[in-house]
Ligand binder design. Sequence first.
Ligand code: DOR
Length: 442
Amino acid sequence: MQPDLSLLIRQAQILHPDGQLRVGDVLIRGGTIEQVATEIPLEADETVREIDAQGLTLLPGVIDPQVHFREPGLEHKEDLFTASCACAKGGVTSFLEMPNTRPLTTTQAALDDKLQRAAQKCVVNYGFFIGATAELLPDILEAKPACGIKIFMGSMHGPLLMSEEEVLDKIFSQGSRLIAVHAENQARIQERRQQFAGITDPAIHSQIQDNQAALEATELALKLSKKYQRRLHILHLSTAEEAELLRQDKPAWVTAEVTPQHLLLNTSAYETIGTLAQMNPPLRSPHDNEVLWQALKDGVLDFIATDHAPHTLEEKAQTYPNTPSGMPGVETSLPLMLTQAMQGRCTVAQVANWMSTAVAKAYRIPNKGAIAPGYDADLVLVDLHTYHPVRREDLLTKCGWSPFEGWNLTGWPVVTIVGGQVVYEHGKVNTEVRGKALTFDA
Ligand code: DOR
């Protein structure tokens, strides 16, 4: 297939930057949105490919700001090609990937290697975090392009674990780039692991890494961020207590995200899907689900990330606590959230804001997150009328399973466009398309 550099999307229900849905046409040239028209149809010569989008809704492509795509080093779980194909199918046109690969992404050289690999095989746009280690390598402040510094305050082993306040303080005091934290208190987790040792029911995971462990780490990160007025992003915030903390006290330079699974699944999932429900931070209670939803709608939480963290079914079939934590998400996040919108829990405009516009703003990614002239043509056309279940056999992620199998969802992508090129259409990925490296305005 040839790349479609000029495209005319006809008669889509377009989500405009004012949050309104209005039917119209969008003209794309050279990877950029050139015109958006709702009054009169747009004209184009025969060299422009037309897409009939009647009955479909056009949204800015999803930017997933927290994924683990496993390359290099852990390609038996996933790789940048398979993961990016799953992204295209899920309407995710850009992703920000985490540093816990092998080798760890803690140096400019490791970052360059990932960028090179992505340039060769990613069908969507890509950006990478640089990981902090206690050695405080100078590259964490300078490596480019990086969307931020990732700190694992807990639930990690090896050099990426940084739980000591003294060391954390040093990182917060240096430089100005965004710091993104996995906030769980490692000391508390270790203590509780011993307390509950010998229990093999995976439901214990949510008690070992409990709400208090998350709250304590978030409190510490917030304290350090305030001390230095340092840009802080709280990854996959999972508890009612943390949401209430931020509701009381959230400086303008702090952002927070929530995952679809922390909104839509809770500890009852261990009964149905066992260790497939195991992730860090763990699933919480229905009460936490409710408080997180409210916090998201009130703007206490800023956006949504999947924390796509694939592990093989063989790995997940071991006995807890030998099972790895994490679940895939890029293929299902948009339909999950749009289904919530169609069922009245939120609006389509809110979903697009949480999954694209607000992410571009927080990470200062230029020209993304809106359907307007001059913006990059990263777009997704979704069908908000038809329902399909999540089925294992349809998934493109290499791990081959989803915690949402059997869920009947609407809002599935019909066409996904990356930089003006059709990367996914009617169930097929165009594997010739290549995404670009994202840039992050300092
Ligand atoms: O459940 C998780 N799995 N949470 C993380 O933060 C890491 C991830 C992984 O890499 O498997």
